[in-house]
Design a protein around this ligand. Structure first.
Ligand code: SAH
Length: 344
């Protein structure tokens, strides 16, 4: 991981008077004074507003964007504002952003929140994000993968968030991000399952992912992701985004989604581990009867009568197809299946 320290050599640490000039400049129509002051001081401060600004700086630095890392920057300023507004970002907030990219969203978040922790895997973009936010001093930039594995958050991210919350006295933690497509579902799940006290998440994802997040039983999109996410949070799709609002344009439509974590369902789960295993086993054979799907799962192998009794106790018909079980039914079933496991 490379941290802010690693960038020190490239950056002139701005003194308070320069910062205050910057702040004044911020309220002016033009950003010119800010840029020229920064340049005069030898700082790499850059200002990006439009698609052509970004294209120019990428060209200048010889950066070719990688599709594999979902490098599509949101360049519509109204939509950037919409995202910040939808998360109701305000002074007591610490915001975690995954994928700082060009820093367009990072800047807006930092202006509204107490502190922003932004994570960017691509060293070249981390430097760009850093330069673009050089005048704002409430940003912690982590140059690393946000994920440690396909299912777990990088512990460095968790540590940085906790330490920023403590030192900034930030009262609320929110996640706001235009998520990289390739890891959007993994990041959402890892964040919901990590112990950080996240109050709200507003994220941009592929339309197909937002449909899965909100999908109801019996529909095509309903799967493990829907169940896991809905067990943790209320899901709202706020807005669809056409490819043209990103640079470079992706081929797909995106969606802004708000997830509001709640304990309502989680608090009823006796063993999260059993619940998560059950979800996996059920959807491996989603079109089979749930009883049949579980008969095939090593973990839940038990005499037919026992399984049937568990379904009865959970108030779930033995005939129900795996992908028609509601989140509540799956939770009840998981709770019934904990006991036999423990007694083994
Ligand atoms: N928020 C920015 C960038 C969004 S593009 C904007 O809207 O303009 C997504 C960003 O996530 C890219 O910059 C990409 O390099 C970064 N990224 C991709 N995979 C990542 C990962 N595993 N961890 C952290 N950042 C990642």
């Amino acid at each position: 991981m490379f941290t802010e320290e690693a960038f020190r050599g490239n950056f002139l640490v701005l003194s308070e008077d320069v910062l205050s000039i910057h702040r004044t400049a911020d309220t002016m129509v033009s950003d010119e004074p800010k840029e020229s002051t920064a340049k005069a001081r030898g700082c790499l401060m850059i200002r990006l507003r439009t698609k052509s600004d970004i294209a120019a700086v990428l060209r200048e630095r010889g950066i070719r964007l990688k599709k594999s890392l979902g490098q599509h920057f949101l360049i519509d300023h109204n939509l950037l504002d919409f995202i910040v507004r939808s998360a109701d970002v305000a002074e007591p907030d610490l915001v975690l952003e995954i994928g700082g990219g060009s820093g367009l969203l990072t800047r807006r978040l930092a202006k509204a929140a107490a502190h922003v922790v932004t994570v960017e895997i691509d060293e070249r973009l981390a430097a760009l994000c850093r330069d673009h936010t050089a005048d704002l001093h409430n940003i912690t930039l982590l140059g690393c993968d946000a994920l440690e594995s396909k299912t777990a958050l990088n512990p460095d991210v968790e540590r940085a968030v906790r330490s920023a919350m403590e030192s900034q006295g930030a009262a609320r933690l929110k996640v706001v991000a235009n998520l990289p497509y390739s890891v959007s579902t993994a990041v959402i799940q890892a964040l919901l399952e990590c112990p950080l006290p996240i109050e709200l998440m507003v994220v941009t994802v592929q339309k197909e992912v937002s449909e899965k997040l909100a999908a109801q039983p019996g529909t095509g999109g309903y799967g493990p992701l829907s169940v896991i996410v809905q067990a943790h949070a209320r899901v709202e799709e706020l807005r669809r985004l056409k490819p043209g609002v990103f640079f470079p344009q992706p081929k797909i439509t995106s969606s802004v989604v708000r997830l509001t974590p709640t304990d309502e369902t989680l608090s009823r789960i006796v063993s999260y581990e059993v619940f998560a295993e059950l979800v996996k086993s059920l959807f491996l054979h989603r079109r089979k009867k749930a009883t049949g799907a579980l008969a095939l799962a090593e973990r839940f192998k038990m005499p037919r009568e026992e399984l049937s009794a568990a379904f009865d106790k959970a108030g779930v018909s033995n005939d129900t197809r795996a992908d028609r079980l509601s989140v509540k039914q799956i939770v009840r079933l998981a709770n019934e299946l904990v006991e036999p496991e423990l007694s083994q």
